[in-house]
Design a protein around this ligand. Structure first.
Ligand code: BGP
Length: 492
């Protein structure tokens, strides 16, 4: 579609920013918090970049007031954060930790006082360690019950204060990294098991949403999905077919289940033939297909898409170990996440896209891909969309006490323009939460790869002063918010 003029952003558009508990809070055992799988995984040698971990992170647990004050000063309309499950339920189930609940109550109150809409993510990867040890985490249906009880607690505590809820963050990413590529806990290489685990999480997501509709009738809930549009490498029909297969597995495999309760037909058939399709009972199918268990909006996390060629055996380059990032060469790319020892899945082959530039970590910069994403998702599911993550990871430098991240401003401006084009096309978008508000711990890249509007003096030795310094992008985003997206200019 071509437009002479772009539509304005809706009046109450939620200009926001995001974070996740493990990446910002620190205080891993303080005030009765139980450990999560990440508290252990990041301490095992070789799992994260230079052994970086969230023990201190950016100390948001102690500095949340300062952070919210910075949000207020910026004029932020929404803040997406996650609750650490093991902070409120130290063992994942059973006894509640009142101090953990109090922390989130205080944070939510502070946000509301500042006129900022809280967007609460219930699960951003930090599964309580006890559930992993006792039940093998998501491998067991017992974790579905534990998640549903945790959801009930959160809805009861915060249902009257928080309108927007995200159930699960990037289910496609953490199941693949944890069970297929072995780069997140529990570090397994078992595609069949990944599909089974994923099925359990689908059931947990559905159960939580259904409960939400009973307990918080005025709220809105949905998962945040890591979407990547799938391009064909050439117009060779074989490549086009490969890109359709990739879309079926990389996107529809999750979104179709969330929104319709049905696994995509062709992909399912393929997995049945390979004997890796999870067993779905009649009762489970009914849970997934129950309209009350379907989302009210979709959270979309967008960084980049992928390009595909004809159906050879899918093999990706290597294991994605972050230690390969060479400190002396900051422009070395983060390797593509890859896998070893997995059954052959002859559906598509992931290849380079020569039309798009890349970030310092090798992620494609593709704002048009965001417009494509929004169009495709809205056309298929007809649900309002909130962009729950989008941003640029870069090596920021402090010079004379300032951070001139004009590259981040350009990146965000291009993506916001693409979003505005999608709005003009007719997509219903309710908000945009950039990743991230402050700098924070990157799961596998430590404190080198920064995303924030606010610089935090923290480093890979984890001995920074933790001082906050608003970057140039902070002041730029304040202007974007103030003009409701009308002024995206990047001038000094
Ligand atoms: C998403 C996660 C975020 C965040 C972001 C950037 O997949 O939901 O938690 O980490 O990616 O990732 P990274 O820090 O690896 O660049």
């Amino acid at each position: 579609m071509f437009h002479k003029n772009l539509d304005s952003f809706p009046k109450d558009f939620l200009w926001g920013a995001s974070s996740a508990a493990y990446q910002i809070e620190g205080a891993p055992t303080e005030d009765g918090k139980g450990k999560s799988i990440w508290d252990v995984y990041s301490h095992e040698k070789g799992n994260t970049y230079h052994g970086t971990n969230g023990d201190i992170a950016v100390d948001h647990y102690h500095r949340y007031k300062e952070d919210v004050a910075l949000m207020k000063k910026m004029g932020l309309k929404a803040y997406r954060f996650s609750v650490s499950w093991s902070r409120v339920l130290p063992k994942g189930e059973g006894e509640v930790n009142p101090k953990g609940l109090q922390f989130y109550r205080d944070l939510i109150d502070e946000l509301k006082k500042a006129g900022i809409e809280p967007v609460l993510t219930m699960y951003h990867w930090d599964l309580p360690l006890t559930l992993q040890e006792k039940y093998h985490g998501w491998e067991s249906t017992k974790t579905i019950a534990a998640f549903t009880n945790y959801a009930k607690l959160l809805f009861k505590e915060f249902g009257t204060k928080v309108k927007f809820w995200v159930t699960i963050n990037e289910q496609n990413v953490f199941t693949s990294m944890g069970y297929r590529w072995g780069t997140h806990p529990p570090k397994k290489h078992d595609f069949k098991l990944m599909l089974q685990v994923n099925h359990h999480i689908n059931l947990a997501n559905a159960a939580a949403i259904k409960l939400f509709h009973q307990m918080v009738p005025d709220g809105m809930i949905g998962p945040s999905f890591g979407y990547g549009p799938t391009y064909a490498k050439t117009s060779d029909p074989e490549d086009v077919l490969a890109s359709i297969n990739a879309n079926d597995f990389n996107n529809n495999w999750w979104l179709d289940v969330y929104c319709t309760g049905k696994y995509p037909y062709f992909c399912k058939k393929q997995f049945e033939k390979l004997d890796i399709m999870p067993k779905v009972t009649k009762e489970q199918q009914a849970i997934l297909e129950d309209p009350e268990a379907h989302p009210d909006f979709l959270g979309i996390n967008y960084y980049h898409g992928g390009t595909f060629q004809q159906n050879r055996i899918q093999k990706v380059v290597n294991s994605g170990k972050q230690e390969q990032f060479d400190k002396t060469d900051p422009y070395l790319m983060q390797p593509q996440q890859g896998q070893a020892n997995e059954p052959e899945v002859p559906m598509f082959n992931n290849v380079e896209n020569s039309y798009v530039k890349k970030t310092q970590w090798g992620w494609e910069k593709d704002p048009t891909g965001l417009r494509i994403t929004l169009r495709l998702v809205y056309e298929k599911y007809q649900l309002p969309i909130m962009i729950t993550e989008n941003g640029l990871g870069a090596l920021d430098k402090v010079e004379n006490g300032k951070i001139n991240d004009s590259y981040r401003i350009s990146y965000l401006a291009d993506h916001i323009t693409a979003m505005q084009q999608a709005i003009t096309d007719g997509v219903e978008i309710i908000g945009y939460c950039a990743w991230s508000f402050t700098d924070l711990l990157s799961w596998l890249n430590g404190y080198s790869k920064r995303y924030g509007f606010v610089y935090v003096d923290q480093n890979n030795h984890e001995n920074g002063s933790l001082k906050r310094i608003p970057k140039r992008s902070y002041f730029w985003y304040a202007k974007v918010i103030k003009t409701n997206g009308a002024d995206l200019g990047n001038e000094e």
